[in-house]
Design a protein around this ligand. Structure first.
Ligand SMILES: [Zn+2]
Length: 310
C-alpha cells in the first residue's frame, strides 16, 4: 500500500489535479464537511446505500490532507489562522464497515472523523429499511417488490426515493423479507468508541424529520439518545438529519433538544457565518479522484446558502 506522501505525489503528477488542488487550496476561510456511508473493499454494484471502495476513500483522505487540513467536525466553523481550507470527515448510519474499513484508514493517516449513529443494536433493531429493500429486490425482483409495496418505480433508486417520503410503505418493507444479514452487533462499534473519534446522533428509526408533526419530531430527537449516551459514557452533541433533510422548524427543535450543531446534505461549503444547525455536507459518492478534486475545488468556492424544508 502506498503511503500518503507517495499517493499524493503520484496523484499530483496529473495536470488537472494540480490545477484543482491550487483552486481548492486558495479557498481560505472556507471549510467542507464530507459525508460517506459504506466503505467496502469491493463496492456492490447497484446498491441503494451509497458505497465506495476503501481505495477511493483512502485516496480522498490523502488528497484532502494535501490541499487543506482535516479537523474535528465541531471545530470546522471556527475562525482559523490557517491559510488552507479545512475539511471534516463524517460517516452516517450503523454500518459494520465503519470500524472494519474506515477506522484503519483514518488511523493510518492520523485524521479525525465523526460517526453519526442510530444505536439500533442497543434496541434489538436490525438493518435499516433500505437495506431490507435491497435484499428483497435481490430475492424477488423489482417488479414484485413494487407490487407488494403498492409503490410503482422503474428502478431501485426511484423506489427508495419514493419510500423515503412514505413512512407507511417503509414499515411494509419490514414484512416483505427476512433480512439475513440484518442483525447489528455491538462489537462493530466498540472500536469506534475506543478510538476517540467523534460520535454524533442520527435518530433511532431514521425518519425524514420534515414529514413528522411537532410531537413526532421531538420524540425522534430523544428516542434512543440516552442509551447511546450510556454506551459512549458521554452524551452526543452533534446531530445529522436522517436523509439530510431539514428546515428552520427542524433546526430549532434540534437546538432545543440540546445539540450544539446539526448537519444536512445541502453540499454547501462551511464558513464562519454558516448556520450551525443547518451545516451542509457533501457526499462525493463513487468517482475518480480527478472528478472528486474538480468538484471539491468548485464546491469550496460556492456561495453558502441556507436550504429550505421540502
Ligand atoms: Zn442516515
Amino acid at each position: 500500500m502506498l503511503g500518503r506522501k507517495q499517493l499524493v505525489q503520484r496523484v499530483l503528477k496529473v495536470p488537472p489535479l494540480q490545477a484543482a488542488a491550487r483552486i481548492a487550496g486558495a479557498a481560505r476561510g472556507r471549510g467542507m464537511a464530507l459525508l460517506y456511508h459504506q466503505v467496502l473493499p469491493e463496492p456492490r454494484p447497484g446498491s441503494i446505500t451509497p458505497t465506495i471502495s476503501v481505495d477511493q476513500f483512502e485516496a480522498e483522505i490523502a488528497y484532502l490532507a494535501s490541499v487543506g487540513q482535516i479537523v474535528p467536525l465541531e471545530t470546522l466553523h471556527h475562525p482559523s489562522p490557517s491559510t488552507r481550507p479545512r475539511f471534516a470527515i463524517t460517516l452516517d448510519d450503523d454500518y459494520k464497515s465503519h470500524a472494519e474499513h474506515v477506522l484503519p484508514v483514518l488511523q493510518r493517516h492520523n485524521v479525525p472523523a465523526t460517526f453519526f449513529l442510530s444505536g439500533r443494536w442497543l434496541h434489538g433493531l436490525g438493518a435499516y429499511w433500505w437495506e431490507k429493500l435491497e435484499d428483497a429486490i435481490a430475492a424477488r425482483g423489482l417488479d414484485e417488490v413494487c407490487l407488494a409495496l403498492g409503490v410503482p418505480a422503474g428502478t431501485a433508486d426511484e423506489l427508495a426515493i419514493r419510500l423515503e417520503r412514505d413512512l407507511a410503505a417503509q414499515s411494509r418493507v419490514e414484512e416483505l423479507c427476512d433480512f439475513a444479514g440484518g442483525s447489528i452487533s455491538e462489537d462493530w462499534f466498540k472500536p469506534l468508541f475506543e478510538s476517540g473519534m467523534g460520535i454524533g446522533f442520527h435518530t433511532l428509526h431514521h425518519p425524514r424529520l420534515t414529514l413528522l408533526d411537532d410531537e413526532g419530531l421531538e420524540q425522534a430527537l430523544s428516542l434512543g439518545l440516552a442509551e447511546l449516551a450510556e454506551t459512549m459514557a458521554a452524551r452526543p452533541f452533534l446531530f445529522a438529519y436522517p436523509h439530510g433533510r431539514a428546515g428552520r422548524r427542524e433546526a430549532s427543535a434540534v437546538q432545543d433538544a440540546g445539540f450544539t450543531a446539526a448537519f444536512t446534505t445541502s453540499k454547501d461549503p462551511v464558513g464562519a457565518d454558516s448556520d450551525r444547525y443547518l451545516v451542509g455536507r457533501w457526499e462525493p459518492g463513487a468517482s475518480t479522484l480527478r472528478d472528486f478534486a474538480a468538484e471539491l475545488a468548485w464546491r469550496l468556492h460556492a456561495p453558502i446558502q441556507p436550504i429550505s424544508a421540502n
